[in-house]
Design a protein around this ligand. Sequence first.
Ligand code: PSU
Ligand code: MN
Length: 308
Amino acid sequence: MNLPIAISAPVQSALDAGHAVVALESTIITHGMPYPQNLETAQRVEAEVTTHGATPATIAVIDGALCIGLTNDQLTDLAQRSNVAKLSRADIAACVATGGTGATTVAATMIAARLAGIAVFATGGIGGVHKGAELSFDVSADLQELAQTEVTVVAAGAKAILDLNKTYEVLETLGVPVIAFKQDALPAFWSSTSDHAAPLRMDTATDIAAAHLMRRAMGLPGGQLVANPIPKADEISAANLAPVIAQALREAEDQSISAKEVTPFLLQRIFELTDGRSLTANIALVLNNARLASEIAKEICNRTKASD
Ligand code: PSU
Ligand code: MN
């Protein structure tokens, strides 16, 4: 059976030439940010990747095609649509098979990136273990994906709405390398630091690329999580955010928000409760992640060529 994969011309020629490509997800566009900031951010992130010498490949399922690299018209359409499906490992194949349209989460974007031969992916923050998961069992499929799909994901850590302790415990159990960039503590999405010590610390894109390739050489399945702190100038302190996150979580519980709706609901409420400051920080951290991902992607290409 043929896979209906549509790789855009610029992405295909970068892949053919062995040039750096950075995968980007689409759920952040459809479910993570309001219009029009979602579209502006998606365009700025692509431009940031280009400026840093790599080719951006935003990924989504459109009318049954697994699209790797979107046109500006496709990006604009996706950003304005409501009720687009939020796709993860469980439902991406069903969406493609039935000719549907959907945005890819971290898990689904990793699957698509691997199919296209893209090693590095930049996003905002991964999903993880939700607070109260001991009762709700709400654990993002992003964690399992990191354990099995060979893509290095650059994020500002797990989103601070989650139970970070449990999230990092699960990643350790699953054998996922969690690498803080240039600091000893893990970042916490909107905040540059946290009281969680990072299991690994690296200070250069070169080291991160070398670790990615060494896992491949050793036959270790799965990816790496690079936890890249938001620039200090753009951060919101964890102390300022704590009451806002607590209120959003209470409201989600009162309104019985569940399953895939939880994360979009919390992000939207925190946006409202911070008068938009959470969104400004979210945009800054995604751009920062796009820069680092581009450097890592270039290093992986250089090292792969050098060993050919
Ligand atoms: N990063 C952001 N905003 C987002 C996301 C990441 O800055 O909205 C998305 C990613 O697609 C991630 C998803 O996979 O949130 C997590 O959803 P859940 O908690 O339902 O697994
Ligand atoms: Mn969930």
